[in-house]
Write a protein that binds this ligand. Structure first.
Ligand code: NAG
Ligand code: NAG
Ligand code: NAG
Ligand code: NAG
Ligand code: NAG
Length: 210
């Protein structure tokens, strides 16, 4: 292999990683986290260890997962494996993630994400839920990318996409997917690490109530 192609491969793989924006704020270890964004957005996943078709990434959507106790449960899935998008805009307000439906209504929130679990959302207009204030998410600025990326607990590097088995199994966004433990629902060997780009929504019509 020529040196120039090796350098190009190194440059490309570095390019897909987040080079943090430096911040002067104490306690951030030089990284810049935003707890609120003043625009609506969608998520797109870029591979950090595999080639990418483009720098924006593969679009993610809320994939329906079930209904229990008056709440609809959604997982975060690739649009490729769940080709419906009932929630065209997402919002980050004071470290909490909200999903806004196509009528502009908000009744869906991200929940606390745990190791080896999908990023789960719940929707209910009827019942309060202890995890409706999962204030663990931030947007981290990247020098090397036009988009900020999603963090949970200030960590951006533990997201993976994992294909779930079964009929119409969705490829889901999982946190800390490949860590040891009892067998999860997915096969960890099939997971691949991603960064989650925060891409401004095409129709960002609503201003964020803080
Ligand atoms: C994330 O970083 C901020 C700033 O350093 C800090 O105040 C906050 O406690 C951190 N959150 C977590 C969950 O570590
Ligand atoms: C990331 O890699 C997977 C597995 O090869 C592929 O299916 C997916 O399209 C890639 N993502 C992008 C944005 O190219
Ligand atoms: C980028 O690549 C992904 C994965 O192949 C694809 O799903 C997505 O539509 C592409 N996005 C653009 C803007 O071309
Ligand atoms: C979503 O979060 C808001 C604000 O915390 C809360 O009022 C609402 O009940 C939550 N909805 C669900 C379904 O958790
Ligand atoms: C990821 O999993 C490992 C092993 O279970 C655990 O020690 C670590 O705390 C987890 N990381 C986070 C951020 O939860």
């Amino acid at each position: 292999m020529k040196l120039s192609s090796i350098l190009a491969a190194v440059f490309l793989s570095v390019f897909t990683l987040c080079m943090p924006v430096l911040s002067q704020s104490p306690g951030h270890h030089g990284r810049k986290f935003l707890d609120t964004l003043d625009y609506d957005f969608t998520f797109a996943a870029v591979n950090t260890s595999l080639p990418n078709a483009n720098t924006t990434g593969a679009p993610l959507v809320l994939g329906y997962s079930g209904y229990t106790h008056g709440m609809a449960i959604y997982v975060t899935s690739t649009y490729y494996t769940y080709p419906y998008n009932s929630y065209p805009s997402l919002r980050l307000v004071k470290h909490a993630l909200r999903a806004i439906d196509s009528r502009g209504e908000w009744s869906t929130n991200a929940t606390i994400v745990r190791s080896r679990d999908s990023l789960v959302w719940i929707s209910s207009t009827m019942y309060p839920y202890p995890e409706d204030n999962a204030r663990i998410f931030s947007a981290e600025g990247c020098q090397s990318s036009q988009y900020p990326i999603l963090t949970a607990y200030n960590i951006s590097s533990l997201w993976s996409l994992c294909p779930y088995p079964g009929f119409r199994g969705q490829t889901q966004l999982v946190f800390n997917a490949t860590t040891a433990g009892p067998p999860p629902l997915y096969d960890p060997a099939l997971c691949y690490p991603v960064n989650i780009n925060i891409v401004p929504a095409e129709r960002a019509t609503v201003t964020v109530p803080l």
